[in-house]
Write a protein that binds this ligand. Structure first.
Ligand SMILES: [Zn+2]
Length: 182
């Protein structure tokens, strides 16, 4: 995955002008050290809610470069499961600052103790958060397309990632160990 330093200007993926002022968050790479600390449960809870809303859905699936585990793409919280690694999230602070992060950020925080910048943590804690209506209103106002984050198929113990003709990532139980492609 492409690496961007935290809080640099977002320029990846969708190039909508309304997102010109967005800040990069959580574009981690195995080669670059990142700040680590354990995160507050309330922050992780809300981050999970943001991860349910995908922006910039891509066809391929990024693996976590830090652990290189395919299991990293299937995230679980309470009774929920999400397929992470093929889309981004948007967080909007109370002051209207937009942040763009890969949705693998949830895995980075939970499994690798990634500690995002305090201003992002504050935005997650205090900004409009899905499923609040105000969050979707802001996305619409900013011209940002979103979709519901993909969910792994129920009960799949071994899985792989395939591209359908429509370009949607699906998970099946074939047990094929081929690596996901972009
Ligand atoms: Zn990982």
């Amino acid at each position: 995955m492409t690496h961007f330093r935290d809080l640099t200007l977002y320029s990846y993926g969708v190039a909508e002008s309304s997102q010109a002022g967005a800040c990069n968050i959580g574009w981690l790479s195995a080669d670059v050290a990142f700040p680590m600390a354990s995160s507050e449960p309330q922050f992780v809870d809300r981050l999970w809610r943001y991860c349910k809303v995908s922006v910039g859905q891509t066809r391929g699936l990024h693996e976590c470069e830090i652990c290189r585990s395919r299991e990293a793409n299937v995230a679980r919280r309470n009774a929920d499961e999400l397929l992470l690694g093929s889309a981004e999230i948007r967080v909007i602070s109370g002051q209207g600052q937009l942040y763009a992060a890969p949705n693998l950020i949830y895995h980075y925080v939970v499994s690798h103790n990634y500690s995002p910048p305090p201003e992002f943590v504050l935005a997650v804690l205090e900004g409009p958060c899905p499923p609040e209506e105000g969050y979707y209103h802001l996305l619409t106002k900013m011209g940002i397309d979103w979709s519901n984050t993909l969910v792994p198929e129920r009960g799949s113990k071994s899985f792989r990632f395939v591209k359908t003709p429509e370009g949607v990532v699906k998970v099946d139980q074939s047990g094929d160990s081929s690596k996901p492609s972009r």
